[in-house]
Design a protein. Structure first.
Length: 306
């Protein structure tokens, strides 16, 4: 029979363990779901959330698919580092995070680039550096083609360009449509992993948990599916890409499925700065100090008095 003192000790240890576990889970929840202080503006009827902090030349950071500005830029350390020297503006793209989530494909595509221009107008910003990761990279490239007079520089990170007129380009559009169908059927719990791979050996369990929970609890699957079906609206013909004169940085991991597209972009934009990261996957590149350092160095070389 267990002695009362021993029993009390075991119960005390169990309670202490439970308290510790609860504290850890609470802290994890706060880190994951805590959002930076921000404001809203509206483009048409779609509210767009953004944070605005720091001082200096404006840098607008555009996040990837199915996450939000904080997950892509704050938790990876990019935004805090840039705030030391720049005014850093981080919107949640429409369909994501705290921004509006229309469920019609026509509400996405080029409209996502227009949101950035309207945000700049809302803030009274004439020109800005724009950097985008993954989906945000494609939005940034579209911006550079459509509104070159508004950009000081463009950074295409974990993304690139694929000729929409080629068989591979058409195959990509079909693949995104298939993923949209999976999302709506509830078959794809982690669309980021579906498109770009989890690469568990390169990413921490904490980061994979961030992506899965954000997709599950913060995402609107119908809105994300609608956005995927509109990807063609972000595509650009070769001549439009070649005509971009804005200083351009391209960074991509060599194990990223987007790597071929990144090389394609550099081959068309021969004056761009191209940095390939050996052995880095799509998620691992986003978290890497190499990407952060490359962006800081590039921005430092392309300044303007605005």
């Amino acid at each position: 029979m267990m002695k009362p003192r021993t029993k009390r000790t075991i119960v005390g240890l169990l309670l202490a363990g439970l308290l510790l576990a609860t504290s850890i889970l609470s802290a994890a929840y706060m880190v994951l779901f805590h959002r930076s202080h921000g404001e809203y503006f509206e483009n048409g009827s779609v509210p767009i959330f953004y944070s605005d902090s720091g001082s200096g030349e404006p840098v607008i950071l555009l996040h990837g698919f199915a996450v939000n500005g904080d997950l892509n830029w704050r938790l990876t350390g990019v935004a805090p580092r840039l705030r030391e020297e720049y005014r850093v503006i981080v919107p949640d793209l429409r369909g994501h995070g705290l921004s509006g989530k229309p469920e019609q494909p026509e509400a996405y595509g080029a409209e996502m680039a227009e949101d950035v221009i309207h945000l700049m107008d809302h803030l009274g910003i004439a020109r800005a550096h724009v950097a985008g990761y993954s989906l945000g990279g494609y939005v940034a490239l579209k911006l550079a083609a459509l509104n070159p007079d508004r950009l000081l520089s463009v950074s295409v990170l974990g993304a690139g360009w694929q000729d929409p007129e080629t068989e591979r380009g058409e195959a990509i559009f079909t693949a995104f449509s298939d993923i949209a169908n999976q999302l709506e059927r509830g078959n794809s719990v982690n669309p980021v992993g579906t498109m770009f791979g989890d690469d568990s050996h390169q990413t921490t369990a904490w980061h994979r948990l961030q992506v899965r929970l954000a997709t599950r609890f913060l995402g609107n699957k119908k809105a994300l599916a609608a956005m995927l079906r509109s990807v063609r609206g972000l595509s650009l013909p070769r001549q439009d890409v070649a005509a971009i004169a804005t200083p351009m940085l391209i960074v991509c991991g060599e194990r990223d499925p987007n790597f071929t597209s990144a090389v394609n972009l550099h081959n068309v934009q021969t004056k761009s700065t191209f940095i390939s990261l050996p052995e880095k996957s799509h998620p691992a590149t986003a978290m890497s100090k190499e990407l952060r350092n490359a962006l800081v160095d590039f921005l430092g070389k392309h300044t303007d008095n605005v």
